[in-house]
Design a protein around this ligand. Structure first.
Ligand SMILES: Cc1cc2nc3c(=O)[nH]c(=O)nc-3n(C[C@H](O)[C@H](O)[C@H](O)COP(=O)(O)O)c2cc1C
Ligand SMILES: C=C(O[C@@H]1CC(C(=O)O)=C[C@@H](OP(=O)(O)O)[C@H]1O)C(=O)O
Length: 387
C-alpha cells in the first residue's frame, strides 16, 4: 500500500512529508521535485509571500544516490518566511507575554469553525495548518509519483480552463502533449494566448478592486493502461479517489470527470463513448466523454478531470466578521494575499492526480521493486493483447 502524510505550519520552520510504499530501485531526482515546486510558485496573481519563498526539497530518508530503497521517503521544504515569525511560531521555548493572538476569524477560511472545534482562543493555531502553504508538500509528493509514472510511460499535464468569467479554448489531450511547453511557460497556464491576456487583465482588475478570482483547471493523464482502479468496491473506484484528492485541495469546490456536469444535460446518445477495435491497437473509444474512466476503472483513454476553485477568501476589500473576544463586529483587514491562485492550484492538481494514479498502478502491478512492477506490466499487457 502506498500512503503519505504531510505536516507543517505555514509560518513554522518547515513542511514535511513521509511517503511509504514506493517500489525499490526507482530513480527519484530531487532536481525534478524542485522543478515541480518552482512551477507551483509561478502562476499569475500570486501575492507577496511567493517573493519570499524559494521552495527546495531536502530528502532525508529512503533514497540512496537518487534511487529508492523501498523504505519510507522523508521530504522537507523549509519556510524561508519562518525567520520573520520566530517570535510567533517557534515550536519550542516560552510564549512571549504579548502574543498578539488572532481573535478575528476571516470569512471563507477554516478560522472560526477550526477554533470552535479545537477549543482554541488564537485563530493562528488553526490558520497556520489550514493554509495552502501545505500544498508545497503535496506537490513534492506528487513529483515523486510523477517520477514513478514516467518510468511506466505515464505523463501528467494541466491547463487552465477559465479564470472568473473568462474562458479559454482548451487543448485536447493529444494537442496538450505536443504543445505543453507553451502552456508551461505561460503565466496563466493556458495555451489560448488571446484568452490568457484577458485573464491577466481580469486578475489585475480584481486586484485593483481589492477583490479575488477563482476558476477552473483541467488535469490530463496520458499513457494510462486499461484496468487501474476497480468496480468491485466503493473505495477502489478511481473516479472517487481522484475526486476526493482534488476536493481536498484548499479552495476547490467542484470536480468533473470527462464531460462532468455537461453530461447531465445531454441525451445519452451524446454522452456515452462507442467502442471500436483495430488490429494492433486493440479496443478503443470513438470519443472520450467519460474522461478515461468507466465503472471506476481506467479504460485506456486519457484521464481528464477538472476542478473548480473558489475565489481566494482573503480580500483587500474587507468582509464582515465578528471578534471572538467580545463578539463585536469588525471588517477583516488584510496585509498580503494572493488575488488568484488558479494557475498554482493546477500544479497542485497535477500532483494529487499523479499520486492517485501511482497508487492505483502500484495496486495493479504489485511487487516490491520497479523491475518486478515492469515485468508484471509486460505480462498483463500480453494478456490484454490476447483478448
Ligand atoms: C495555491 C493556493 C494558494 C492560496 N492562496 C491563498 C491566499 O493567499 N489567501 C487566501 O485567503 N486563501 C488562499 N488559498 C485558499 C485558502 O487556503 C482556502 O480557501 C482556505 O484554507 C479554506 O479552505 P476551503 O476553501 O477549502 O474551504 C489558496 C489556495 C491554493 C490552492
Ligand atoms: C504560502 C503559500 O500560499 C499561501 C496560502 C495562503 C492561504 O491562506 O491559504 C495565504 C498566503 O500566505 P501568507 O498568509 O503567508 O501570505 C499564501 O501565500 C504557498 O502557496 O506556498
Amino acid at each position: 500500500m502506498m500512503r503519505f502524510l504531510t505536516a507543517g505550519e505555514s509560518h513554522g520552520p518547515a513542511l514535511c512529508a513521509i511517503v511509504e510504499g514506493l517500489p525499490a530501485n526507482l530513480r527519484v531526482d530531487p532536481a525534478a521535485v524542485n522543478r515541480e515546486l518552482a512551477r507551483r510558485q509561478q502562476g499569475y496573481g500570486r501575492g507577496g509571500r511567493m517573493k519570499i519563498e524559494k521552495d527546495r526539497v531536502e530528502v532525508l530518508t529512503g533514497l540512496r544516490f537518487k534511487r529508492t530503497l523501498g523504505s519510507p521517503l522523508t521530504l522537507r521544504i523549509n519556510n524561508r518566511d519562518f525567520e520573520n515569525w520566530t517570535g510567533k511560531m517557534a515550536p519550542d521555548g516560552e510564549a512571549p507575554e504579548e502574543l498578539d493572538a488572532v481573535t478575528r476569524p476571516r470569512p471563507g477560511h477554516a478560522d472560526l469553525a477550526g477554533a470552535q472545534k479545537y477549543n482554541l482562543a488564537d485563530v493562528r493555531d488553526v490558520l497556520e495548518r489550514a493554509s495552502a502553504r501545505e500544498t508545497a508538500a503535496r506537490v513534492a509528493v506528487g513529483a515523486v509519483a510523477k517520477e514513478m509514472l514516467a518510468a511506466f510511460g505515464i505523463s501528467v499535464y494541466s491547463q487552465v480552463v477559465s479564470i472568473g468569467e473568462i474562458a479559454a479554448d482548451t487543448l485536447s489531450p493529444d494537442e496538450l502533449v505536443i504543445q505543453y511547453e507553451k502552456v508551461e511557460n505561460s503565466p496563466v497556464r493556458s495555451a489560448d494566448l488571446v484568452a490568457e491576456e484577458k485573464m491577466k487583465t481580469r486578475i489585475d482588475r480584481a486586484k485593483a478592486d481589492g477583490d479575488s478570482l477563482g476558476g477552473v483547471f483541467e488535469v490530463v493523464v496520458q499513457g494510462v493502461p486499461v484496468g487501474l482502479g476497480s468496480h468491485v468496491q466503493w473505495d477502489k473506484k478511481l473516479d472517487g479517489r481522484l475526486a476526493g484528492a482534488l476536493m481536498s485541495i484548499q479552495a476547490i469546490k467542484g470536480v468533473e470527470i470527462g464531460a462532468g456536469f455537461a453530461a447531465a444535460v445531454r441525451p445519452g446518445s451524446l454522452v456515452h463513448d462507442e467502442i471500436g477495435y483495430e488490429d494492433g491497437r486493440g479496443y478503443f473509444r470513438l470519443t472520450n466523454r467519460a474522461g478515461g474512466l468507466e465503472g471506476g476503472i481506467t479504460n485506456g483513454e486519457p484521464l481528464m478531470v477538472r476542478a473548480a476553485m473558489k475565489p481566494i477568501p482573503t480580500l483587500y476589500k474587507p468582509l464582515r466578521s465578528v471578534d471572538m473576544t467580545d463578539h463585536a463586529p469588525f471588517e477583516a483587514a488584510v496585509e498580503r494575499s494572493d488575488a488568484c491562485a488558479v494557475p498554482a492550484a493546477a500544479i497542485v492538481g497535477e500532483a494529487v492526480v499523479a499520486w492517485e494514479v501511482a497508487v492505483a498502478l502500484r495496486e495493479k502491478l504489485g511487487g516490491d521493486s520497479t523491475e518486478e512492477m515492469k515485468a508484471n506490466l509486460e505480462n498483463y499487457l500480453e494478456l490484454l493483447a490476447r483478448r
